[in-house]
Design a protein around this ligand. Sequence first.
Ligand code: APR
Length: 245
Amino acid sequence: MDKLINKLQEIISNSNQLVAFTGAGISAESGISTFRGAGGLWSKYDPDIYANVNIFMQDSSYYWNFFKDERYPILKKAKPNAAHYALVELEKQEKLYGVITQNIDGLHQMAGQSYVIELHGNTRKIRCLNCEKIYAWNEVYNQLEKELPPRCHSCGGRLKPATILFGEPLPQRALDEAVIAAKECDTFLVLGSSLVVYPAAQLPVIAKENNAKLAIINMDPTPLDNIADIVIHDNVSRVLSKIKK
Ligand code: APR
């Protein structure tokens, strides 16, 4: 392991434009379960029902029960962990250009990260599909005991989380910024993602195609391990704690 850590250290030390790409694995130590693999959220909740935009538009009560019973209680009490703070430190050292995240938990921002590209939105914001009014998630959560699915107080419209459900296109601006970051970086650091969901998982490939070094730190093997310059199958916090900033 030390040889791998030394190699990662060298890659990060030699980098002038480092970009981090994070998935659910980086928030696992904040008490938020990942989606896939043993004990993953999708083994408990079928994503084709609880996280699909077509089902949501037909009957959003599936999603709102999932939000009420599972997501909000856990995300609400989650705090950033050492891995989130290690990225903030790299940004302060002007080593890290920014973080591209698939996570909707807002923990990077809570840790103090200034440049975060949210590919899959943020669950702390809820939007009215009719008048676009934005609500804070706790406001809507408190409404769910009385009214599920929740309605907009202003226009009576339907409310939807500001997150990307399966079947929905990614926010164009975020995707554009992420592609530019992947193309212009010299080191692309994947932290805690299974790299099976597209178009997000295309970004490490884009970085590699543009001559960046690709580093993958993930507990389990990923489909992109074979194109990476370094792969460490270990805990993100443990690995980042060994990297001198
Ligand atoms: N350190 C390193 N890796 C970890 C840790 C940890 N502490 N804990 C879990 N992992 C790894 C697992 O091995 C797994 O491969 O994190 C990965 C998480 O993979 P997924 O659960 O598939 O999460 P992610 O890649 O972020 O999913 C992508 O899919 O469900 C959608 O929209 C959702 O953004 C999500 C997208």
